[in-house]
Design a protein around this ligand. Structure first.
Ligand SMILES: [Mg+2]
Length: 314
């Protein structure tokens, strides 16, 4: 009789049942009581039979990526980004092409990716969702060599992100006010957008290259974007009177932005964008100026993420 089977079986079982090592990377600047809240939430809502946890705090800009790389070196199974799309971007960039899985506890202002994946915006609820979440492998994009997980783009939203960067005031109201300010300041400009199968020249207010569908606050800029199909959804806002953009806000909340007359959209794997004037770009909501052409490339299936199991009742 072959004796090896039970041994192999036990080994597989041990691996399956072994508690997972999980670390939460918290940016204390994301909220005044966040640190305390996360500690309490982990204690109360994380399944301690399934996870052995650590909580690490960031101390400076770029530190989340550094800590995530440390977690990879120390063989953690899961690294949870506690924050908004910016924190997620930092953590994810350290986990690309590794077996380490990224989780999310939404604690930023917009939380576009967390909302799309089904984490919601409540910390305790998101913590419980981690207990039963599944692993999914998703794509990422690179804009001039910088990775993004959710959205990258140029135009009005890039200017909003830049204006938000200078402000410590977070939340919907400042975001809305900065949007109005940017809406008044920003003028549409002629952009040439080249993909693997077409070249478009258009006067654009916004050019978004979407891996995920959603900005923060449920604004769906690219309702058809899928995180794992190897394609970007490219969305252009053509130059029309500004009131038309504001009038389209309700349809963007309902996933119907493509019905607006000023929207043009298509899929692509590779996008080159050349615009006149200063390039106000954003990468996962982080605003910056980036001179020259923008080259955006798809990196398929490069990141493992924990996705809430929406069948389980938590
Ligand atoms: Mg896609």
């Amino acid at each position: 009789m072959d004796q090896s089977h039970p041994v192999i079986k036990n080994h597989v079982l041990d691996e399956l049942l072994r508690p997972r090592r999980i670390v939460f990377i918290v940016n204390p600047k994301a909220g005044t009581n966040l640190q305390r809240h996360i500690e309490k939430s982990v204690d109360k809502h994380l399944d301690h039979k399934r996870f052995i946890y650590g909580i690490w705090h960031t101390e400076k800009a770029g530190h989340a990526a550094e800590l995530a790389r440390k977690a990879v070196e120390e063989d953690y199974d899961i690294v949870v980004a506690v924050g908004g799309d910016g924190s997620i971007n930092e953590v994810a960039s350290a986990l690309l092409h590794t077996e380490v899985v990224m989780g999310i506890i939404p604690a930023g202002s917009g939380n576009g990716l967390a909302m799309h994946l089904g984490y919601g915006r409540d910390i305790d609820q998101a913590m419980r969702k981690i207990n039963t979440a599944k692993v999914q492998t998703i794509d990422c994009g690179m804009m001039n060599g910088l990775p993004f997980i959710n959205l990258a783009g140029i135009g009005f939203d890039g200017l909003v992100a830049k204006l938000m960067r200078g402000s410590n005031w977070r939340g919907f109201l400042p975001y809305f006010l900065k949007s109005v300010e940017a809406g008044l300041k920003y003028t549409a400009r002629t952009c040439t957008i080249e993909t693997e199968d077409q070249v478009i020249t258009e006067k654009c207010f916004v050019v978004t290259v979407a891996n995920g569908p959603m900005y923060g606050y449920n604004f769906q800029i690219a309702p058809d974007a899928r995180l794992d199909d190897g394609l970007f959804s490219v969305v252009l806002f053509k130059d029309v009177p500004r009131w038309q953009y504001f009038a389209a806000v309700p349809s963007s909340l309902n996933g119907k932005i493509y019905d607006a007359g000023f929207v043009r959209h298509f899929s692509a794997r590779r996008v080159k964008i050349s615009c006149e004037g200063i390039n106000y770009v954003h990468i996962d909501g982080e605003g910056m100026e980036m001179p020259g052409d923008l080259l955006i490339e798809m990196v398929p299936q490069c990141l493992k993420v924990l996705v809430p199991n929406l069948d389980s009742n938590v």
